[in-house]
Ligand binder design. Sequence first.
Ligand code: ZN
Ligand code: ZN
Ligand code: FE
Length: 722
Amino acid sequence: MTYKITVYGLVQGVGFRPFVQRAAEKFNLKGNVKNIGGIVEIFVNADHKILDNFVQYLISHKPVGCEVYKTLNEKVPEQTFDTFEIIESEYCNVIPVIPADIGVCKKCMNEFADKNNLRYNHPFISCISCGPRYSIINSLPYDRMNTTMGIFHMCSTCEEEYSTVDNRRCYAQTIACNKCGPILKYTKEGNPLTQAITDIKNGKVIAVRDIGGYHFVCMATDENAVQNLRKLKMRDEKPFAVMFSDVEEVKKYAFVSEKETEALTSDERPIVLVKKNGKNKFPENVCENSNDIGAFLPCNPIQFVLTNKCGPLVMTSGNISGEPIITSNDKMLEIYKNSHYLDAVLYHNRDILTPLDDSIVRIIDSDLQLIRRGRGYTPLPVWLDKNIKNKILASGGDLKASFCLMAENRAYSSQYFGDLENADCLEAYKSNIKRMSEMFNIKADTFVCDIHPGYFSTEHINSICKTPIYVQHHMAHIASVIAEHSIKGDVLGFAFDGTGYGTDGTVWGGEVFEWKDGEFARKFHLKSIKMLGGDELGKNAKNALKNYLWNAGIEIDDKLISSALENDINTVYSSSMGRLFDAVGALLGICDYNTYEGKCGVMLEIEASKANKPYELTLPLNKNEWDVISLIKQISKAKAKSSEISLGFHHAIANAVVEACEKSKIKNIVLSGGVFMNRLLTELCIDKLRKKGYNVYINRKVPTNDGGIALGQAYIASGKVK
Ligand code: ZN
Ligand code: ZN
Ligand code: FE
């Protein structure tokens, strides 16, 4: 009898077909296997029982990196086969699962270090289980010709390995060697890698072309070099990530738990936020005064060599602050020509088709949480608990922009694009919407965007669809968590955030919603405060404070703000939790200005970590409004250390969350929004809520900041269309 087995899941680019062939030989089966644009189809002659065993074996012995979501067996008209073979890929109309870029594996790095190996020192060594994937794929099926490796013709040795079934590079599309692969170049004479190492050690800043784009690199122990890097990037204060050669090196500077080790060494190789241990320190200008280090390990052979030879390196996205990550050689070489601070460029001739920043994660409540989605995670889907008929494009928001494509039973969240206010970021965002839609064969029929009329992302959706579904920003935050965890039943969702456009036209950001039968209702919120609007509102914490004080009836020495508020000139109403953090940061004299998004929150958390006990504060709930003015008054009168007040402030918010939950009968509690980037607040809330028996859910696979809202938008829309 002839059977057709269809395998759905992550089965491309991970050596699935050669694995099927070996399995078929083991079971003595004849037939064939092929890729059809993202799913694998197997034809075999077998009886029913053997077929079952065979399929069972495929699932239980699947190769590393492979994910089988579903298999389907069908009886088909009898065919005869002489052997079992891998046949040419076919294109067909299904929505595929495309592999993300995979960090280089141990076996490859052993070969890299072996003088007698064909691939000794080959900077682009990879195999069936590792190497770039999504960043180099042009179209499906995932075959060499459809990647940027297509222009490199395999030498006879590589060709032979590629077509030998029991070779670990059989059908490895990125196969290459020193003879036939891409080559490294350097803007100076000599061996590129050796010269780059010398320059870094001499305190220079260089650019290195990696998997998803360029990095700027310098020694993390060299204050001067780091300062030059800051000048090159035009970035003043935000902490830099540091790349270490291995986990032991990280442990010299930070505490690393088992879970964090797992994350650091995972195939995705993300930046992991780990807590400084104080044993060894980098110059202040690396991580500024953060309690954490954004640590990561090499994901490609070049980075392995650089960190091994030079020690810990600042390795930051190769872009000028606010612009997208640079992928093209021409662009980087131009910066090199014009900048005093960039000493050299280490580059290669394998093109990068999809720009991908490094992903950032942290371990919170014993589990991984994505903070920035990029290399290693994009474009792996978030699986849904339902099958939808529509094909949805959700635009996300403008800050930390990321879109989402949703179809069948999965959601593809895009990578991070930065702030769409920058024209190049907007361009990258738009072109990747097109690119991802084509590659995944998701031609959207339903469009979703934020209700904010001034968002570029909203404008983009309006330009392609006259009747999009509009979703409120904070409802999208909450829905993203509901989607991720497939939460059943009613939900009480806390969206604590910087700024979002409310359904009443005011600024929201301290909102609590009830989610029942697919509908949201606003249950509680921070009291809406009259504030002077404008671009500075989200940045200038000192001004935020003046607004609160004026509302508290306390005189302020700022004519502009007081007369604007008195006469209602350019004023807005805001219930934002982010602004409350800003005001408290300024009130305690900890931070007057957000030089990067959410800085006041970060500084308050750092301050709180110095306290032994919290100062007693409360955020009173009157009916459905939290009295923020009362809290501001308590803090301004408080006689205690600012660390204790800061810790007390975090406790007051967490207690307020519990109090709101107790007013509702709902047991499923969701926490989302940018303010929950604050680890202390998140952990306090989780802790206090668990003790009272609530089920608490937070974002895991998409960011809790605005990088996650596209998933929520799509999920809400999926319930609105039939
Ligand atoms: Zn490998
Ligand atoms: Zn070769
Ligand atoms: Fe937000």
